[in-house]
Write a protein that binds this ligand. Structure first.
Ligand code: NAD
Length: 456
């Protein structure tokens, strides 16, 4: 028996024992996860810094703090979430009581990427724990320091039969996917998402796929250009653009393009100074391969701002590219780095037609003071989720579920949606023995008119 099969078997025994399902256990363990985060905040911040040179402010704000917020919310609401939902009965089943139970799937596998290495591993875990599952976590091999710290801390705070981390690369991930988990939650690229789904299909394992894509950001002539530029620069260059919901490219109404480019350059300087390489607040590219991939885009179009890079430190400056067309390499795939191509549109139909050239994106942003523009974009473009007049900040609200559509994935999480994702909805109808209406039983002769009356 393989080592991983053994881990899963032990988790299955733990799950079947029923402990993970008890409400008091779930709440106690969620609080333990919060304790893990608060007692090891500095250690986590240092590990993420080693991997990505991410400033402490961002590691706290976009990783640790976000997870603590979700834990607090789950702990506060869990008793309500786990209680059966009563639903109305139907005439055909009169008299009966009807309700939906929230049942944990069992042993779940969570595979995560490197760009927010703590958050994207532990935020799904909050949902898995809240719903009463056991979990195997497979963090990314591209952030080795953070993945090692996650393994160490999870082993320190949790029984491995309940939650454990298995570190490794593609081979490890593939071996885990060969096992019969009860649910797979995957965050990563669309390319690997397809592999995950194929593997899951073998055992008919249900999956959530949180994938990526080219997320557009549309700016019309009614927007406040200075504020829009600042909010876009923030959302694009936080974590050096290595954010799944970062604006991938800009679509700017043609009459305001020149003015908007000036605002973008000014905002970059305001946030990261004249020399972003010297800014303590600017993250590096995760590794040399991604650095080279991104650097190859710097000769697309013309550079309006940035364009510098340093292979020694995997630094790529916050860069804005003008004179870009849909045929340029930078427009072929998700950029996932600090390079912002700017394209123009003539009218809204033109904007929508251009966005539809790429598969359905994970996020979309529109900057406008015009309600009709907002309505037109929301009604005519399919995307996972987004914001009006801001970028990426929608993730700070756990009342907004988060997930993709089409190529950007399916299923969603955050807040109550996380609990729902990791729970099977078990529908139950209950009857008693006092009444047994004979209509449904054969012989049917003379009964159809009553059946028709019920269904009408
Ligand atoms: P990736 O798909 O390369 O890797 C993600 C995970 O899958 C890693 O743990 C990796 O070990 C594993 N993996 C890689 N190849 C595999 C294979 N052939 N078989 C099985 N497992 C495999 O993604 P990445 O480069 O780590 O992350 C970047 C991508 O993730 C971007 O496309 C980004 O948009 C997306 N992303 C999406 C979200 C979201 O919430 N929707 C969040 C962050 C990142």
């Amino acid at each position: 028996m393989s080592e991983y099969q053994n881990v899963l078997d032990r988790q299955r025994i733990f799950f079947q024992d029923g402990t993970a399902r008890e409400l008091s256990f779930r709440i106690a363990q969620l609080k333990e996860l919060k304790k893990l985060l608060t007692e090891n905040e500095q250690k986590i911040i240092e590990a993420v810094y080693e991997d990505l040179k991410k400033p402490a402010f961002e590691t706290f704000g976009t990783e640790i703090g976000l997870i603590i917020g979700e834990i607090n919310y789950a702990v506060k609401n869990l008793a309500d979430w786990v209680s059966p939902t009563k639903v109305p009965g139907s005439l055909v089943n009169f008299p009966s009581r009807n309700y939906i139970l929230k049942e944990p799937y069992g042993s779940v596998l969570i595979i995560s990427p490197w760009n927010y290495p703590v958050q994207l591993t532990l935020l799904p875990l909050v949902g898995a724990m809240a719903a009463g599952n056991t979990a195997v976590l497979k963090p990314s091999e591209l952030t080795p320091h953070t993945s090692a710290v996650l393994a160490e801390l999870i082993a320190q705070y949790f029984d491995p039969d309940y939650i454990t981390v298995i570190n490794g690369g593609v081979e490890t991930s593939s071996a885990l996917l060969d096992l019969r988990f009860d649910y797979i939650f995957f965050t990563g690229s669309t390319r690997v998402g397809k592999i995950i789904m194929q593997k899951a299909a073998v055992n008919l394992t249900p999956v959530t796929l949180e994938l990526g894509g080219k997320s557009p950001c549309i700016v019309d002539e009614t927007a406040d250009l200075a504020i829009s530029a600042k909010r876009i620069v923030w959302g694009k260059f936080v974590n050096a653009g290595q954010t799944c919901v970062a604006p991938d490219y800009l679509l700017v109404q043609e009459d305001i393009k020149e003015e908007f480019l000036r605002h973008l350059s000014a905002s970059i300087e305001e946030l990261y100074g004249e020399h972003p390489e010297e800014s303590p607040d600017y993250t590096r590219i995760v590794n040399h391969d991604h650095f080279e991939r991104l650097r190859s885009y710097l000769n697309n179009g013309t550079i309006v701002s940035g364009g510098d890079s340093n292979p020694e430190t995997n630094f790529i400056a916050p860069t804005v590219l003008d004179n870009i067309s849909w045929d340029d390499p930078v427009m072929q795939d998700e950029i996932f780095g600090p390079i912002l191509p700017v394209l123009c549109y003539h009218d809204l139909l033109d904007a929508v037609t251009q966005v539809r050239k790429a598969p359905r994106p994970l996020a979309l942003y529109v900057f406008t003071a015009n309600d009709n523009t907002e309505k037109y974009i929301l009604e005519n473009i399919s995307f996972g989720g987004g914001a009006i007049n801001d970028t990426i900040a929608q993730l700070g609200n756990h009342h907004l579920s988060f997930g993709g559509v089409g190529s950007s994935g399916f299923g969603s999480y955050h807040g109550k949606a996380s609990f729902d994702s990791f729970s099977h909805q078990k529908s139950i109808m209950k009857k008693d023995f006092f009444v047994d209406i004979p209509l449904r039983y054969a012989p049917y002769e003379g009964k159809i008119k009553w059946l028709k009356t019920i269904f009408r």
